[in-house]
Design a protein around this ligand. Structure first.
Ligand code: AP5
Length: 214
């Protein structure tokens, strides 16, 4: 069987991380998130973190060469040797062309989560993340058992700095300009599956189960 790769595509807040982590557990395939790796670099004040900081905090895309190098290094790890789910990368046609070389001869599919702007701004205003383990919650739909406390590690739940409405609007603008061309890019390769990211998590997962095929 060829190695399986799932690329998650969709606007900020469509549920790439939430759906991706759920599929990762269900299928036993590791997940890699460019946003999570960048936030770790920011926390640790690495060279990549210092370059990326102003872009991440303002909602713009980090330059291609920085992210491409970071992802290429990450994908060399043996845990990804038998396949992976990738969230947040590629985000530009250049990044997609770079990834094409790495995933040559794999069974790659792209899951595109659709959702509209006002819904996403509203949803992201209610997202909370654990500052300890990074688990994501939603104040209404996916709430923790104890208010403000992570169910997994007991860490404090905080709001991401880039989930402020003005920054979310800039992230949506960057997505529309630079990332939406990837929908056609992958559709032409006939590997794109679209599902609705607007609803409850269970509905999104049910739709994936019904429509998605490897
Ligand atoms: P990144 O962290 O990748 O942010 P994003 O793509 O904007 O995506 P989000 O993490 O905001 O949303 P998501 O779709 O994963 O939604 P989630 O599952 O959390 O990137 C951050 C920044 O890093 C970028 O702005 C950029 O600066 C930089 N960057 C990263 N990658 C880059 C690249 N390749 N090139 C250049 N720069 C890059 O869900 C959202 C909320 O909804 C949660 O609260 C969740 O609990 C809730 N929820 C409720 N119902 C559902 C449901 N049905 N499905 C899923 N989630 C649900």
């Amino acid at each position: 069987m060829r190695k399986r790769v799932l690329i998650l595509l969709g606007p900020p807040g469509a549920g790439k991380g939430t759906v991706g982590n759920s599929l990762s557990k269900q299928w036993g395939i590791p997940i890699i998130s460019s946003g999570d790796i960048l936030r770790e670099h920011l926390k640790a004040n690495t060279d990549i973190g210092n370059i990326a900081k102003k872009y991440v905090e303002s909602g713009e895309l980090v330059p291609d060469d920085v992210v491409e190098g970071m992802i290429a290094d990450e994908l060399k790890k043996t845990i990804y040797a038998n396949g992976f789910i990738i969230d947040g990368f590629p985000r530009t046609v250049n990044q997609a062309k770079m990834l094409d070389k790495i995933i040559e001869n794999t069974n790659t599919k792209v899951l595109y989560l659709k959702a509209d702007d006002d819904f996403l701004v509203n949803r992201l205003s209610k997202r909370r993340v654990c500052e300890g383990c990074g688990k994501t919650y939603h104040l209404i739909n996916i709430s923790p058992q104890k208010e403000g406390i992570c169910d997994i590690c007991g860490g404090k739940l905080i709001q991401r700095a880039d989930d402020r409405e003005d920054v979310v609007r800039r992230r949506l603008a960057a997505y529309k300009e630079l990332t939406t061309p990837l929908i056609e890019y992958y559709d032409r390769k006939k590997i794109l599956f679209s599902v609705n990211g607007n609803g409850e998590l269970i509905d999104t997962l049910t739709e994936i189960k019904k429509t998605f095929e490897w």
